[in-house]
Design a protein around this ligand. Structure first.
Ligand code: NAP
Length: 522
């Protein structure tokens, strides 16, 4: 087992550092008991030192072999596993998430690290393109041009509150950035500082054992101020964030206002509309109701893919589905939310819905974090844009449309989404064909006859979408394609073979897939 004692320090590269005066202490979500120790927020000097170390580590780390980086990622995964039960218990105390869920999340976290290790070991992800010289070409000779993806530089990662392992210190952002060859500085989420330190120690132990340069990884604790300092450091080349639109947009604006702007990949959640077409409703309305209610309340609704808007065509079948969902919500035991602030925001949001002149309550009570279902007409929904905003938690609004045209109008009016789902039967083919292009136009992932929660981690996954789901719809934060956020293409023209990266050299020493004179070959 790895050492799981906690110091409350920041880790500036491999050095523990606790110069600051401001500090926080986590408390157990279940009973409010304060948890040891206090965690010290990083000072501006500590943030600057972490950034300088990352910049110094970058050329060394980026020039390591893929094998060395892959082994480092695998060592991190093994280290996290060796943290054992204390990691799961600390994450449970800090987040209130069930032990079984966190055990699964640890498996996902380690699986992601190993997935990126396999990706870079295979190597073809660098998208090598080679156009061989044609010295005799008329009227001008063609130069030799060779292009591939190269790491962008130090990346600032903001841990998310709702996945203390899989979207936090060693989560998908860190794994994909380290895989690409970028050093990482994580700003831990203040809701789970102990979990963050444990995982950071596993990363640093793996870095030392694998001979990685000091500064390849740092962890700083802090709030919005520390986050701002980090994004403003000139050494930082990209930012990865998961959380609220307010914070994600603030960081995006900050990065754009730097003397030298940098990309920000902020995943800010969405309402994930779920459409039920009439054929599906007639065929299996009850099963869809059950699946929908389960998806809505899963994890007390604290998923960015939570299906917060349910859309169907008004009539007996949809009415009966809504009451069936409402009945199922009534059977749900109250849950503990991730933080008091998230719970208060949710409870206030539901209370506001209960007072809203365009909404009718189908299921609502004033218990903390209780599920809720309200309904409205499409006409009102289209007139009141606030009803299409995310409310983080197990609450939903059902939209009753008069006909299919109105249902399409609702889809068209929605802003960018991580997911859009549709339930259909063969009787709905014509409607589905008309709806699909609209859904693909607003969402990063279109789910058919399923529910959006439970994001598969695999090469084909797209977890991103048009603004405000993310600040860059061309990217994903889940799956192997997440690595493309932290690279940029570089073309070498007429560079002698011995100076080229192995991926671009004659003879293909890495044995990767390459596009040579327009033909993909190995
Ligand atoms: P958050 O407010 O977005 O905070 C995320 C991180 O950003 C925290 O470390 C926070 O530090 C920092 N931060 C906040 N405002 C900032 C600013 N203006 N400039 C720089 N950094 C800033 O997320 P949260 O605390 O986890 O939850 C709040 C809400 O975020 C939820 O109610 C939900 O709506 C949304 N959320 C969305 C997702 C998603 O999957 N997209 C996940 C979790 C939460 P401090 O905490 O110290 O301010």
């Amino acid at each position: 087992m790895l050492d799981v004692s906690l110091s409350g320090s920041n880790f500036i590269g491999s050095s523990p550092s606790a110069d600051g005066a401001e500090r926080i202490r986590a408390s157990a979500r279940q009973d409010g008991r304060p948890l040891e120790p206090e965690f010290i927020f990083a000072t501006p000097e500590e943030v600057a030192e972490a950034a300088r170390k990352a910049a110094a580590a970058f050329p060394v780390y980026a020039s390591l072999t893929s094998e060395a980086r892959a082994s480092f990622l695998e060592a991190i995964a093994s280290g996290i596993e060796r943290l054992g039960d204390p990691l799961i218990e600390r994450a449970h105390a800090e987040s209130g998430l069930p032990l079984a869920r966190l055990t699964g999340e640890r498996g996902r976290t380690c699986g992601q690290l190993r997935m990126f290790a396999a990706l870079i070991r295979e190597g073809s992800w660098v998208d090598a393109r080679i156009d061989l010289a044609q010295p005799d070409r008329a009227p001008v000779p063609k130069p030799d041009i060779r292009r591939m993806l190269m790491p962008i530089g130090p990346v600032a990662v903001f841990g998310a509150s709702n996945f203390p392992l899989a979207f936090s210190v060693a989560g998908g952002d860190t794994a994909s950035a380290l895989a690409s060859g970028c050093p990482v500085i994580v700003k831990g989420h203040p809701a789970h500082p102990g979990t963050s330190e444990m995982v950071a120690r596993a990363i640093l132990a793996a870095a030392e054992a694998s001979g990685m340069p000091d500064g390849v990884f740092s962890l700083v604790h802090g709030g919005a101020e520390v986050g701002r300092e980090l994004v403003e450091r000139p050494e930082i080349e990209a930012v990865a964030f998961t959380g609220s639109r307010t914070a994600g947009r603030a960081l995006y604006n900050l990065a754009a206002a730097r003397p030298r702007p940098i990309p920000v990949f902020a995943e800010m959640g969405s309402v994930n509309p779920l459409f039920v077409l009439p054929g599906a409703l007639a065929e299996r309305g009850e099963a869809i109701s059950k699946g929908y209610a389960d998806s809505l309340v899963m994890g007390v609704g604290q998923f960015c893919t939570n299906p917060g808007i349910l859309i169907g065509i008004d009539g007996e079948a949809f009415e009966s589905m809504l009451w069936s969902v409402a009945a199922k919500l009534g059977e749900v035991a109250p849950g503990t939310m991730l933080t008091d602030a998230i719970c208060e925001r949710y409870d206030q949001g539901v209370a506001a819905w209960s007072q809203h002149s365009s909404l009718t309550a189908l299921f609502f009570n004033e218990n903390r974090a209780a599920p809720a279902l309200f309904s409205t007409s499409a006409e009102h929904f289209l007139q009141r844009p606030e009803l299409a905003e995310e409310l983080f938690g197990p609450g939903a609004i059902a939209v009753r449309c008069q006909d299919f045209d109105e249902l399409v109008a609702v889809a068209q009016a929605l802003h960018g989404q991580l997911t859009a789902s549709v339930h259909r039967s063969d009787a709905d083919d014509e409607s589905l064909a008309a709806l699909l292009p609209v859904l693909a136009g607003i969402a990063g992932r279109v789910v058919v006859d399923g529910f959006p929660t439970g994001v598969e981690v695999c090469p084909s996954m797209q977890h991103g979408g048009p603004y405000p789901a993310t600040t860059d719809s061309r990217s994903t934060s889940v799956g192997t394609a997440a690595i493309f956020r932290f690279v940029r293409p570089v073309a070498f023209q007429n560079l002698p073979n011995r100076f080229l990266p192995a991926e671009l050299q004659d003879g293909n020493p890495r044995g990767i897939w390459r596009l040579i004179d327009g033909t993909l070959q190995r």
